[in-house]
Design a protein around this ligand. Sequence first.
Ligand code: AMP
Ligand code: MG
Length: 422
Amino acid sequence: MASTAARTEQLSYREARERVMAAVRPLQPENIAVAEARGRALRRRVIASHPLPPFRNSSMDGFAVLAADLERASAQSPATLPVVEVIAAGHTPSRPLGKGEAMRIMTGAMLPEGADAVVPVEDAEAIRSPEGRERVHFARPARPGLNVREAGLDLASGAVALEEGRELSAHDLALLVSLGETKVPVGPRVSAAVLSTGDELLEVDEPLKPGAIRDSNRPMLGALLEECGARVVTSRRLPDDPARVAENMKKLLEVADVVITVGGVSAGEFDPVKLALPEVGEIGLWRVAMKPGRPQAFGTPRGRLYFGLPGNPASVACVFEALVRPALRKLQGFAVLDRPRLPVRAAARIESRAGRVDFVRVTLERRGDAFWATPAGDQTSGHVAPQARAHALLVVPEETAALEEGQAADALLLRWPEAGPS
Ligand code: AMP
Ligand code: MG
């Protein structure tokens, strides 16, 4: 074990983010069934190989007609046409519609050639003769194109259906399947390993004892990782023992694309991650001008991504949003890397400091057209309750010393404020 810790660099948040993003190369895409692809990053632009709908069809149950045949129809003098065929969905008309004829047609069925409008059943009166022949009366004219869905009206052949980098939604799957796409190339799920450090940490089911707290960062990180597409392959807790931390980090770097350690990177005398780094290699210690979350480590040892997060829960949560999430999203090939950015206004003066970016845990309240942000309690980085209460992280930019009441800023939306009890 090397006894000297790595040199600590001072970086602005922008510099740190640029370095992290420059180190991330998107992973090779994998082809998966469309039905399994929700939430994944689409890795090629999808072009419509045929029009949608693929054929001209009816949007109503009714009668396919030639609008010109109904031109003079009125309640006093209805147009009366013989019904020459019934076209069900999934079937094709046996022949074109002749002038002076009607065909019964179901929603989604192919329009016969020669027809240019569909009169809904409720606007027509069908009468069957004793011999079984059907005729239909129309008391009004029909506009050409009425209830007709033209081929390609939904999406033209050759049009862009979905752009590369898109996070596939349930609705996107419907579009892909409509176009006959069976498999799509998507970003693979990133494998991630989490290692928390601290002699003071307990498992959730252990009784509290003096000086000890529960390891809350590991389940939070596991959930955050899963939420942004990663698969947690290992999540482990270690005591403040640099040798064990080094040994575990090396092992985890063999099995995971991304390794995250929690705690032990700051100025404490027993900070085990800091002491383990020289052994693991290609990792730098950083002081990033952000609050919370200043002391960090980052590197690409063995071609993997490594993040050394500080231990305080709010720091873990903020550095995750500020650096880890965008990196994980880029690895998978997403075009959008961050949480949604919502323009908000400060509901009260919010202290910060020029020269660093503050991530303030805030609740949001809608007043008229705007969302107003209020700090969700004390911003101490050791607190867990304000983090749970927060709807968003308000970003106070580096050049801003404080936000005055009413001043505009952006917030990274963690959850929609109007979605239920706070
Ligand atoms: P450290 O960065 O190791 O100095 O830890 C900073 C603070 O975060 C200390 O108060 C730790 O007890 C706390 N802490 C570290 N790791 C965790 C964890 N996994 N869960 C909850 N609190 C933690
Ligand atoms: Mg510690």
